[in-house]
Design a protein around this ligand. Structure first.
Ligand SMILES: [Zn+2]
Length: 399
């Protein structure tokens, strides 16, 4: 029993899976559940956020193009181990390059045996639980401010996963979903940074109010393949944070032509749905090393050409690295403009003892064990130049 707990806990800690939930219609002002603040003070600079390499998807602007797909969801390449110490198309530029955790057990029947998996036959966690969702987005002083309780605007499966659920054979997620206290401040008009930044376990926030994690489980495996989620592609980690690793099917893409906005990465750039401007489904081949491109999008009620990410059915599903500068690294440790290191190993501080709460979180635990401080989850390790075992979040040490 305990083993499963540890397995799952760890796997959720590090999960950097990228599942961007489908974006609600992005008309800027009034989406049904969120108070998306209108363009307000943003109109001034929306134009210049475009990346230096515009491979614009801008030829035809056929906003009414129906969505079409050539992606074979029965044969998707498995993303196990596809992390990199530098930006790379189809990979995750991960701050963490050592994965000592453990993941969900079981031998998924949705593996094809040839390095691909079949998304159409994957197990789903049963249930239809409603939650007192709370989520608002507003713009204040050119910052986009998110507040919410982390509970989705859609139903979830029953967690912990019940032994009577067919999903239990593959994933015994013992965690329950719990209310969080989310306050995030991201740039409202993000700009492309000189260099992309590596990613921790958490990637952004979706318009359903749900946190987006990257595409990995604790073992550096493709979490979308090895972990089992509910109908809306979400599940809780050990601190009760309900999250996605890819685009949730419960975020409706209500637009023809270019997909609607689905959420925001922690650098402030938007994450859009599966489809390009001509209505065709996007693959990694259409995107850059961070899983985005420059094109015309709806942004705070205006049509502008700027950088944005796309969700894909291909690994890494949402964001591969931060094209801008992440202003937060997790829902638990935000607000410090912490700069990730560029090189990969990003798990240690620089010559300072870790905060006491991080040390306390690992009392009685061993190196590599999963841990949590408040809403933040991480791994117990000894940061460089320190002697204390401390809880280090997947995105790097807390500020
Ligand atoms: Zn696009």
């Amino acid at each position: 029993m305990k083993r499963y707990l540890i397995l799952l806990t760890i796997s959720f800690l590090l999960t950097a899976c990228l599942f961007p939930p489908p974006p609600p219609p992005q008309t800027g002002s009034n989406s049904p559940t969120e108070s998306l603040s209108p363009a307000n003070d943003q109109s001034s600079q929306n134009q210049n956020q475009a990346s230096p390499t515009p491979e614009a998807e801008s030829e035809s602007h056929s906003h009414d193009a129906p969505h079409t797909s050539d992606v074979d969801a029965t044969h998707l390449e498995i993303g196990d181990g596809k992390y990199s110490t530098s930006p790379r198309v189809g990979y995750i530029f991960s701050c963490q390059t050592q994965f000592n955790g453990q993941g969900a057990a079981g031998n998924p029947t949705w593996l094809n045996g040839d390095g691909t998996w079949n998304a159409l036959i994957k197990a789903v966690v049963d249930g239809s639980v409603s939650w007192p969702h709370s989520f608002t987005i507003s713009i204040q002083n050119n910052q986009r401010v998110f507040t919410g309780n982390g509970l989705p605007d859609h139903t979830t499966g029953n967690y912990p996963i019940s032994p009577s659920d067919d999903a239990y054979v593959y994933d015994r997620n013992p965690n329950s979903i719990s209310e969080q206290n989310i306050t995030l401040t991201l740039p409202a008009t993000p700009t492309v940074a000189a260099q992309p930044s590596c990613m921790g376990g958490e990637v952004g926030i979706m318009l359903s109010g749900v946190v987006l994690f990257n595409a990995f489980d604790a073992l550096g495996r493709d979490a979308q393949v090895h972990e089992v989620q509910d109908e809306c592609d979400g599940h809780p980690q050990q601190a009760g944070v309900y999250h996605y690793h890819a685009l949730s099917d419960c975020l409706a893409d209500t637009q023809t032509g270019h997909s609607a906005l689905m959420g925001y990465a922690f650098d402030g750039f938007g994450i859009y749905g599966y489809y390009d401007e001509d209505g065709t489904e996007i693959t990694n081949a259409d995107l850059d090393e961070c899983h985005g491109h420059v094109g015309v999008i709806e942004w705070d009620g205006q049509s502008v050409e700027m950088y944005h990410y796309h969700a894909t059915r291909e690994f890494p599903y949402t964001v591969g690295c931060f094209k801008g500068t992440p202003s937060v690294r997790s829902i638990g440790g935000q607000g410090q403009n912490q700069q990730p290191q560029q090189g990969g190993q990003n798990q240690g501080g620089q010559g300072q003892q870790p905060p006491q709460e991080a040390i306390n979180a690992c009392v009685g635990l061993s190196q590599g064990a999963s841990c949590s401080v408040g809403n933040m989850t991480g791994t117990c390790m000894t940061p460089p130049n320190t002697t204390q075992l401390a809880c280090v979040p997947a995105g790097g040490p807390p500020p």
